[in-house]
Design a protein around this ligand. Structure first.
Ligand code: CMC
Length: 427
């Protein structure tokens, strides 16, 4: 028998369906409530609102569990590759050898971008933040492939997915090269996905550049860890923009803008800047813990806390170990890693953080690895973008395949009630 919930409003009882997910999560379907009773529900910041039913990623914030299509993140980070995870997220199953080889080959064939991208890039000031450039250029793909605006056949969507996954690393690396005034590097299809990106980022015409396999593998792991995270701010943005039937390119571009914010993906840049500031200030960790706890101080411990995780972010656990491994194998001694570890130790035993269940999140240690790989600080959130791309694509595709209605929340109006227009001379 299907379960229902009862809501009593003004003495009248309304029966609403209860929806249960495959992991026993429960929700009350309130979609009919306004029609039945005149009431809407109010949930600023969507703290308790399920915006959709999705079969892509399962996250249990209380238990610290993250699974893509049922597979634990720990197993994927250990044994899979970013492109295999991308396929899994987008198409729902791990690929067979043939499916994977076609997918990888298709991506290799689309890594080049139109030569006119040089003109677009040169229109940006060199000091432009790469996230703004990235969002603009991804959106400009609709100008190069205008059919993407209306063409919805499966074959064409698949081609758009391949184009996006293939061109994003080229666009990201070119954005960086442009910002430092270096010539861009063209993709070289003898490389795999991450090595190609690293070589476009760091090769110079004056020298040979060999991609260090430790670096390429570390990057691949980081991208896997960022690949999806169910209905977070940027993914919800992608879905809501896509729900108006906007193209995949423009929906993802909107997601990039949402990710840029310091409370979301932009936190990885802020974490390193914070750790550097603590180092420059003599490494006084206690002082910054006190600032984070002070309600009169706007300072927050960046890389700490999460809307959903009230336990250790499972990605942070993997990244912390990866940071240790990468720095050791590259022979790098980064004092900022020691500060991060001290900060984490103090915060995890401090009642302020314990009571609020504030743990390190994915952004706390990722910047330390990016730095060790030579990625400049303002490119950190671009790296997050490359990682999150398959998740955004999978969520956009799922929403379209399920023919979800346009996203359009309600509100409770709190402004002035009706009043008459007053001519300017009488104000
Ligand atoms: N430092 C100090 N206090 C904090 C922090 C922090 N990083 N995060 C939350 N709190 C406090 C907050 O002041 C509040 O205290 P009180 O109950 O006394 O008012 C309580 O903890 C709950 O915080 P909230 O802001 O209501 O929680 P939220 O779910 O709305 O926000 C968050 C989640 C991630 C935006 C927030 O924890 C934060 O600002 N963290 C720092 C930024 C960051 O690391 N963001 C990356 C998130 S993970 C990756 C991603 O999503 O991209």
């Amino acid at each position: 028998m299907s379960r229902t919930a009862q809501i009593i409003l003004d003495g009248k009882t309304y029966e609403l369906p209860v929806v249960e997910g495959t992991e026993k999560e429960l929700a009350i379907d309130i979609s009919a409530l306004r029609d039945l009773s005149g009431y809407v529900t109010l949930d600023t910041g969507y703290k308790n609102t399920g915006a959709t039913q999705s079969a892509i990623t399962f996250l249990d914030g209380e238990e610290g569990i993250l699974r893509y299509r049922g597979y634990p993140i720990e197993q994927l980070a250990e044994s899979s590759t970013f492109l295999e995870v991308a396929y899994l997220l987008i198409y729902g199953e791990l690929p067979t050898a043939d499916q994977f080889s076609k997918f990888e080959q298709d991506i290799r064939l689309h890594t080049l971008v139109h030569e006119d991208f040089h003109k677009i890039l040169s229109g940006f000031p060199a000091k432009a933040h790469p996230m703004g450039v990235m969002a603009s250029i991804i959106c400009s793909l609709t100008a190069f492939y205008p059919e993407a605006i209306y063409e919805r056949s499966k074959e064409y969507i698949d081609l758009t997915i391949i184009r996006l996954l293939a061109k994003a690393p080229t666009i990201a690396a070119w954005t960086y090269k442009h910002s430092i005034g270096h010539p861009v590097n063209y993709p070289n299809n003898k490389h795999n996905y991450c090595s190609n990106f690293m070589s476009m980022m760091f090769a110079l015409p004056v020298d040979d550049y060999q991609v260090n396999p430790v670096v390429a593998r570390a990057l691949d792991k980081l991208l896997i860890l960022h690949a999806d995270h169910e209905q977070n701010c940027s993914t919800s943005t992608v879905r809501i923009v896509g729900s108006s039937k906007a193209s995949l390119y423009s929906s993802v571009s909107a997601g990039i803008n949402a990710l840029w914010g310091p409370l979301h993906g932009g936190a990885n840049q802020e974490v390193i800047e914070m750790l550097e500031a603590i180092k420059a200030d003599g490494g006084n960790v206690d002082k910054y813990i006190a600032k984070a706890k002070d309600k009169n101080d706007s300072f927050r411990l960046m890389g700490f806390g999460h809307r959903v995780y009230k336990n250790f972010d499972p990605r942070a656990k993997i990244i912390k170990k990866a940071a240790d491994d990468v720095l050791t194998s590259l022979g790098i001694n980064d004092p900022v890693l020691d500060i991060a570890k001290r900060l984490e130790e103090v915060a995890l035993s401090d009642p302020y953080f314990v009571e609020r269940k504030l743990y390190p999140n994915v952004d706390f240690y990722s910047g330390i690895i990016y730095r060790a790989l030579g990625i400049p600080t303002d490119m950190f959130t671009v790296m997050f973008t490359l990682g999150r791309l398959p998740g955004w694509i999978a969520q956009w595709k799922e929403m379209n395949e399920r023919k979800e209605p346009i996203g359009r929340p309600r509100q409770i109006y709190t402004g002035a009630t009706e009043r008459n227009y007053v001519p300017m001379a009488q104000r």
